[in-house]
Design a protein around this ligand. Structure first.
Ligand code: M6R
Length: 369
């Protein structure tokens, strides 16, 4: 069943190009417009939504954090992302014009299910982005947008994460189309770029051996930091989560802009720091800010492990290791940048002789609160 791979996780990492492609399949009509037939929420309701709250746990919540950047940018609707177990207990402001988006691979996570029930009791519409057909969360939601990642067996989520981002992006584009924030040809263009991501994810996987070798050389690391900005920030947190759960290493993801506000005190000689570098082609200052951050931590002794776009020569001078990813539009970069982090955590855990599919103390779906 592992299809010749060492572990389910390894197989599932390799399934990722398909997870992205299949999640996009059948979402557009011949004219290139997004059609979500199975949505079951009235278009007039979706047009009047004035706030979106994403609820999820763990990796699914990080997919929500990534999607927030894209949905706000495309639709101009405020998006909050909240851990399901926090949402439920804080008296959230939710009404008929709130769209709650519940993201879950299993569709059975108890914390997320309880938050779904709570949101519906308050009058919100709930749309579930779920991977497992016929599971409880979509049954109890108003609408469902399935991710088509196929069964995910390894406890550490990989392909479901890419599929969740993809599905949430389709939802964002659909809302933008419906509400007139985007012209049809803009939607078609972004959908084409999304479809092209499957091929690029495959390229990152094919470059995995260098990541694995680096991981093997770092099996004695006891603390690893991850930095990102913008959509790279949730990617940094996801990279840290992978390393915690698989390799039992203390790992933490930070927004790079936060360094001076505290975390830079953690940097000492030899401290490994992963840095997810934004595209140098972006119109904002993010890339140059991040290059300065890399310089700052390197000057304090950090060992910098940099994820950068092909052709980004500015990072060369300050990187100890560079994991190259293909060029992509800024909002789509997370689909590529997370892959070396997944491979790194898996390879480091294997090098330590750990069971990557079944890490200690964890269950694939958390059906208790
Ligand atoms: O099935 P779900 O997507 O609802 O699960 C949510 C989290 O429990 C899950 O993502 C967890 O964080 C994974 N072990 C992460 O790799």
């Amino acid at each position: 069943e592992k299809g010749g791979f060492e572990s389910f996780m390894d197989k599932e990492i390799h399934d990722q190009p398909h997870a992205v492609a299949d999640t996009l399949l059948g979402r557009t009509d011949t004219a290139g417009r997004i059609v979500l037939d199975d949505l079951r929420i009235d278009e007039s309701v979706l047009r009047s939504v004035d706030k979106i709250i994403v609820i999820a746990c763990g990796t699914a919540a990080y997919a929500g954090h990534v999607a927030k950047y894209a949905i706000e940018h495309w639709c101009r609707i405020p998006v909050e992302v909240e851990l399901a177990h926090e949402f439920r207990y804080r008296d959230p402001i939710v009404d008929e014009r709130t769209l709650v988006v519940a993201i879950s691979q299993s569709g059975e996570t108890m914390d997320t299910l309880m938050a779904v029930r709570h949101a519906r009791e308050q009058g919100a519409k709930v749309l579930a982005i779920v991977n497992t057909n016929g599971s409880t969360i979509p049954r109890e939601s108003d609408a469902v947008l399935y991710t088509h990642a196929g069964p995910e067996i390894a406890v550490a989520s990989t392909k479901a994460f890419l599929a969740q981002i993809t599905a949430a992006y389709v939802l964002g584009l659909y809302l933008a189309q419906l509400r007139g924030n985007k012209y049809p040809d803009e939607v078609t263009q972004i959908m084409d770029e999304l479809r092209d991501m499957a091929r690029k994810v495959q390229t990152v996987i094919e470059r995995g051996e260098y990541v694995r070798a680096t991981a093997r050389s770092m099996k004695d690391a006891d603390k690893v930091l991850f930095l990102g900005r913008h959509v790279g920030y949730p990617v940094a947190m996801e990279g840290a989560l992978k390393l915690k759960e698989l390799a039992y290493i203390h790992a933490e993801g930070f927004a790079a802009g936060e360094l001076k506000h505290g975390p830079i005190a953690l940097i000492d000689e030899g401290q490994p720091v992963f840095v997810v570098v934004p595209s140098p082609r972006g119109r904002d200052q993010l890339h140059s800010k991040m290059v300065s951050n890399i310089q700052e931590i390197r000057a304090r002794g950090a060992r910098t492990l940099v994820i950068a776009e092909d052709g980004d020569d500015a990072v060369r001078a300050y990187a100890d290791e560079i994991f190259w990813i293909p060029q992509a539009p800024s909002l789509l970069q997370p689909l590529l940048a997370v892959v070396p982090l997944q491979i790194f955590a898996m390879a480091l855990a294997s090098a330590k002789g750990l069971d990557v599919d079944q890490p200690r103390n964890l269950a694939k779906s958390v059906t208790v609160e």
